[in-house]
Design a protein around this ligand. Structure first.
Ligand SMILES: CC(C)(COP(=O)(O)OP(=O)(O)OC[C@H]1O[C@@H](n2cnc3c(N)ncnc32)[C@H](O)[C@@H]1OP(=O)(O)O)[C@@H](O)C(=O)NCCC(=O)NCCS
Length: 184
């Protein structure tokens, strides 16, 4: 099975249905930290819920759609990255990510998302990758910017959370921009 080094004793690797218990234990450490910033359906509370998320991504991957990967540091699952959307025929994808608090601040997401973008652009020939985040999610906006993405627009009051409707930013990088900045 593949395991790509990300530095800091961290690796990017599979996160599949059979990892449901490991994923649920990780969510216990991450849940309150990620809850305001990710889709409600991702924030499950037990092993069955964690398994359902992994099953959903496995089915998407089988159809050449979305994909989900885990970041493990010293063997412990601390977060992950995903293609929340992946449309080969349309040449478009959307990338997402999350970490538990202990793993923030080490560049793991920048490097793991770089792996996804390399694959999407250089291997699969996609033309455009998007990044969606709540407009007040400063760490997420910073990660998009670090990846060389451009803020293309803000969708107003599109993100309901606990009775308040938040704005959402749409960032994107084009294949030619990514390949130029990475020298691929
Ligand atoms: C958004 C989120 C994934 C960003 O995590 P992050 O650790 O800030 O992002 P990165 O992994 O790219 O790391 C960047 C940080 O590592 C530091 N860093 C250290 N080495 C680095 C390197 N080699 N490369 C890049 N950054 C590095 C950067 O300076 C930065 O730290 P700072 O913000 O304190 O200056 C995280 O805050 C999170 O999970 N939030 C809750 C869920 C969420 O918002 N998900 C996204 C939904 S859109």
């Amino acid at each position: 099975m593949f395991s790509l080094p990300l530095g800091d004793d961290a690796h990017l690797g599979p996160l599949e249905v059979w990892h449901a218990e490991e994923f649920a234990a990780h969510l216990d450490r991450a849940r309150e930290h990620i809850r305001p910033w990710v889709g409600a359906g991702f924030v499950t509370t037990d092993v069955d819920g964690a398994r359902a998320t992994l099953q959903r991504y496995a089915e998407r991957q089988a159809a050449d759609g979305g994909r989900l990967y885990g970041i493990r540091r010293e063997g412990v699952l601390v977060g992950g990255v995903m293609f929340t959307d992946f449309q080969a025929a349309a040449g478009f994808c959307e990338v997402g990510c999350w970490l538990e608090p202990s793993a923030e601040g080490h560049g793991l997401i920048t490097r793991a998302c770089g792996v996804l973008l390399d694959w999407a652009f250089a291997t699969r020939g996609l033309r455009r990758a998007e990044w969606h985040c709540r407009a007040d999610n400063d760490r997420s906006s910073a990660a998009a910017k670090r990846l060389g993405m451009t803020l293309e627009g803000t969708l107003r009051e599109v993100w309901p959370y606990e009775g308040v409707r938040h704005d959402k930013q749409v960032w994107a990088v084009l294949a030619r921009e990514w390949l130029r900045q990475t020298g691929s």
